[in-house]
Write a protein that binds this ligand. Structure first.
Ligand code: DMJ
Length: 628
């Protein structure tokens, strides 16, 4: 076996010199010449290599380790020092900036809790998913959907002349409110009836979306004010554009705009209202991009960025806001075939169902990042109210097939009755507020809607308690009437107490105002429909007269700052809900029951009527088959 020749690393053999062959050649001069040539070749190859290395090798400076205070940059090659100096400078700046940013981010992250970090990641994920979905699906034409039977859009003229006279008066008040807005505030969200110019509030962002037009449409239609209705429709066709850079309240825009547009569509059959409702709903969807799917309170219609009210407990969303989307969103899915709307609201319902409830009560605040309750404050008035209303109405709107909603409503009302509803020494039934284990014996004007809700929910209540709930509705109506009757103007204050010998009166100056709210009249109307007790028409008429006497000005209707003062000052705002709700409920109170019968229509929380969906065998996309 011969000794193996030396093996280079490449594995190729180096030829060995044969024995006797001289390694010292005879032609020295020739050899020197070729050596020089080879050296020259090597030198030029080396220079080329240096150039190549400088220009083409990847910049790995970012990967070099550096301390937190100084940045290590390799020294420049001697032959390119000036060029390299500039390069070095900008490289240093870039690395420094990157470094500082990374440090800053790290510091911020360290300040956040684990839950917040998880929540942020989830939000980002949701956003990416939404963006991907948006890319996949361009705007699709709406599928043709059978128009539900719209029964009861009759004239509703009452047979009694005196009632007809009252109804005509309400219609005249609507004309005055509308015409004033038409003249002084057209296209603005609301009206300043004394300053005679447009008005808006933060719930509409810095937009001019004609809130009063959209909110008033169905009232105009129901009252037979068709010329005014067409005027509003024309404005909507030509001007209503939701691509504006405005941060709006998801809840308010849903109940006033989507509710208003859907009702106008169902009443008139005009496609434009359906299209606008769907366009707006698309703009609200990004508000649901939170770690829990509980929507933000506000969303920017243009950017889709959402956030919560600064005043809400621990960054929470509000029960009455995220819990008052169901009716409109179910109709949107019904009309578009897009399951997203239905799924969003059902997700909220499922999430709430899984949560612990202190004493069976729903706190008003829920954090959309962590999915935990905020402050334990429960109310059937502001911040809580329409959440309970929509549970009942989800059941009614489903033709009583959504038994899950009904059960949730019944359980919630049972806990409310046990912990929040009390009788005063003077025998007035009131609904207090639960604050951290303590009952505050104060009732808000907003909570007065509950009288109507209890009456509406009486039929179908468990354990044959229909009579009990109708009675409870009557008691709340009575209490709220007292809150009006015990004032100088015969208009109700914003909140009233049942404490220290006080019964149904406001104590604090900042609770004595009346801003044209509908809740008490709403309850009178429901009570009238279920009992036909003439006192409800009487009470409604008292309120209508007081509004006409103390709130009417030449430029429309205004709220008043103190219902206990015989010389009240105005707040100079004609709220859009005055046209949507207050005047509508008054008009219905003095109409016959065949106008908008409750078997066929369910009124959303802004008094926009939506038809009962007799789904029968139809399954809403994204839902389980309807159970009968
Ligand atoms: C209306 O916008 C709605 O009724 C809402 O549910 C709460 N109340 C205001 C009017 O008072």
């Amino acid at each position: 076996m011969t000794t193996p020749a030396l093996l280079p690393l490449s594995g190729r053999r180096i030829p060995t010199l044969s024995p006797g062959a001289s390694s010292f050649p005879h032609h020295r001069a020739t050899l020197r010449l070729s050596e020089k040539f080879i050296l020259l070749l090597i030198l030029s190859a080396f220079i080329t290599l240096c150039f190549g290395a400088f220009f083409f090798l990847p910049d790995n400076s970012k990967h070099k380790p550096f301390s937190s205070t100084s940045v290590q940059v390799p020294p420049p090659p001697f032959f390119f020092s000036s060029f390299y100096c500039k390069e070095e400078e900008s490289l240093r700046d870039k690395i420094r900036a990157d470094h500082e940013r990374a440090l800053q981010e790290a510091k911020e992250k360290l300040r956040k809790s684990r839950e917040e970090l998880q929540a942020e990641i989830q939000t980002e994920k949701n956003k990416v998913m939404e963006d991907l979905k948006k890319k996949d699906t361009g705007p699709k034409p709406l599928p043709p959907v059978p128009m539900p039977k719209v029964a009861g859009v009759s004239d509703g003229e009452p047979p009694e002349p005196d009632v007809k006279e009252k109804r005509d008066k309400i219609r005249e008040m609507m004309k005055h409110a509308w015409d004033s807005y038409r003249q002084y505030g057209w296209g603005h969200n609301e009206l300043k009836p004394l300053a005679k110019k447009g008005h808006s509030t933060n719930i509409f962002g810095n937009s001019q979306l004609g809130a009063t037009i959209v909110d008033a449409l169905d009232t105009l239609y129901i009252m037979g004010l068709h010329e005014e209705f067409r005027d509003g429709q024309e404005w909507i066709e030509q001007n209503l554009d939701f691509g504006v850079n405005a941060e709006v309240s998801v809840f308010e825009v849903n109940i006033r705009f989507i509710g208003g547009l859907l009702a106008a569509y169902y009443l008139s059959g005009q496609e434009v209202f359906k299209l606008k409702a769907v366009q707006l709903a698309e703009k609200l969807l990004p508000a649901f991009n939170t770690p829990t799917g509980i929507p933000w309170a506000m969303v920017n219609l243009k950017s889709g960025v959402g956030r919560n009210w600064g005043w809400a407990s621990a960054g929470s969303s509000i029960l009455a806001e995220f819990g008052t989307l169901h009716m409109e969103f179910v109709h949107l899915t019904y009309l578009t075939g897009n399951p997203a709307y239905y799924q969003k609201v059902m997700h909220i319902r499922k999430l709430l169902a899984k949560m612990d409830r202190p004493n069976g009560l729903y706190p008003n605040y829920l954090n959309p990042r962590t999915g935990r309750w905020g402050q334990h404050h429960t109310s059937v008035g502001g911040l809580g109210d329409s959440f309970y209303e929509y549970l009942l109405k989800a059941w009614l709107m489903s033709d009583k097939t959504d038994t899950e909603a009904r059960k949730t409503y019944d359980d919630a009302i049972e806990a409310i009755e046990r912990h929040l509803i009390r009788k005063s020494n003077g025998g007035l039934t009131f609904i207090g507020e639960w604050k951290n284990g303590h009952l505050e014996r104060k009732m808000g004007h907003l909570a007065c809607f509950a009288g109507g809700m209890f009456a509406l929910g009486a039929d179908g209540s468990p354990d044959d308690k229909a009579g009990h709930y109708l009675q409870l509705g009557a008691e709340i109506a009575h209490t709220c009437h007292e809150s009006y009757d015990r004032t100088v103007l015969k208009l109700g204050p914003e909140a009233f107490k049942f404490d220290s010998g006080l019964e149904a009166v406001a104590v604090r100056q900042n609770e004595k105002y009346y801003i044209l709210r509908p809740e008490v009249i709403e309850t009178y109307w429901y009570m009238w429909r279920f009992t036909h007790d003439p006192k409800y028409r009487q009470w409604g008429w008292e309120a209508a007269q007081a509004i006409d006497k103390y709130c009417r000005v030449s430029g429309g209707f205004s709220g008043v700052k103190d219902v206990y003062s015989s010389n009240p000052t105005y707040d100079d705002v004609q709220q859009s809900f005055f046209l949507a709700e207050t005047l509508k409920y008054l008009y219905l109170l003095f109409s016959s029951d065949d106008l908008m019968p409750l078997e066929s229509w369910v009124f959303n929380t802004e008094a926009h009527p939506l038809p009962v969906l007799h789904l029968g065998n139809i399954t809403l996309p994204g839902s389980e088959p309807a159970q009968r």
